[in-house]
Design a protein around this ligand. Structure first.
Ligand code: PBG
Length: 328
């Protein structure tokens, strides 16, 4: 007997907040969120980043304080970016034991090192005077293999300074393998590698270049970062990184690449991270500042989407705020 009324009624489970919560499939947990933080050498006061309202370039002191607050709020980790006072063609400050990121890692190891995961972004673009992620050849191309030697040395400096995890983000071929063997050789076999495996050449990194002061002086990064039109290439990059010893694989950006996150999550058995990048942050903050969308709901919805796509770990500039909100 068919009735003119439907028997299946999905709306039954949407009727109350309790039913919706009971049936919820996806959650965002503070412990899966990682807060990216910037520390700059030679400044007396923290500096606001114009294109990222609420984000600061920290002094060593203000970094310590903000890191403690984030850890108290419940974030699972911090990822550090250093901005040196002096840049040169090989990015010498990146592996200088007295370079800003190493000093900051030591500070944070003392301050919160046993309560959180300290990650170090491992790249050269903040440290080179030309702004590229590697060293250059005579014809101003990024020299892949010469760059690997620099990355290996930076990884060791970061490990010695206290990083639990190094996160190579330069998209050079073989970077994970080069870093893994360097760490193993100097007795740091326990240091994990979170590989920015599928990192696309994206317009959404725009505001980050204000924050980290690493915009390329000429050209762009499309000779080493992935072309947005490709998806299966991400699987190839991930497979290579796993083969070379990556412990966590990352997709970046997040929101415009949810399909890639989903495919990577289906393909691997290691944790998958996604980076909700500066432009994703700026987009929501700018629209919210204009009163065009509900900021808090939009933030949670993007994080849920990234988790739903299959990311275990999310790097987000909202990490501390969201962690605080979730534990209220
Ligand atoms: C360094 C690096 C970048 C980001 C993270 N690490 C910039 C880039 O590749 O151009 C972007 C992060 C963001 O936009 O929030 N290679």
């Amino acid at each position: 007997m068919s009735s003119r009324f439907p028997a299946a009624r999905p709306r039954r489970l949407r009727r109350t907040a309790g039913l919706r919560s009971l049936a919820a499939q996806t959650s965002v947990r503070p412990g899966n969120l990682v807060l990216p933080m910037f520390v700059k050498e030679g400044i007396a006061e923290p500096q606001p980043v114009a294109s990222m309202p609420g984000v600061l370039q920290h002094t060593r002191d203000s970094l310590r304080k903000a890191a403690t607050e984030a850890v108290e709020a419940g974030v699972g980790g911090l990822i550090l970016f250093g901005i040196p006072a002096v840049k040169d063609s090989r990015g010498s400050a990146a592996d200088d034991p007295a370079g800003i990121i190493q000093l900051a890692l030591r500070d944070l190891t003392a301050e919160v090192g046993s309560d959180t995961v300290l990650m170090a972004d491992l790249c050269l673009c903040e440290y080179t005077d030309h702004g590229h992620c590697g060293v250059l050849t005579d014809v101003l191309d990024v020299d892949n293999d010469a760059t690997l030697e620099r990355y290996a040395s930076i990884a060791c400096a970061q490990a010695v300074a206290g990083a639990h995890v190094v996160a190579p983000s330069g998209m050079m071929d073989g970077q994970v393998g080069a870093i893994r063997s360097a760490l193993d050789e100097v007795g740091y076999a326990e240091i994990a590698i979170c590989a920015y495996s599928a990192k696309y050449a994206s317009a959404f990194y725009g505001p980050f270049r204000d924050a980290a002061e690493g915009a390329p002086l000429f050209g762009d990064r499309s000779g080493y970062q992935q072309d947005p039109r490709g998806a299966t290439e991400a699987l190839r990059e991930v497979a290579l990184d796993l083969d070379e010893g990556a412990d966590i694989v990352m997709v970046k950006p997040a929101l415009a690449y949810l399909d890639v996150i989903s495919r990577v999550a289906d393909a691997v058995t290691v944790p998958v991270a996604a980076y909700q990048v500066s432009g994703e942050y700026a987009m929501v903050e700018a629209a919210a500042a204009n009163g065009w969308l509900d900021r808090d709901r939009a933030i949670m919805e993007t994080l849920i989407a990234i988790r739903r796509a299959g990311a275990d770990i999310i790097l987000t500039y909202w990490a501390a705020e969201v962690a605080r909100r979730l534990s209220r």
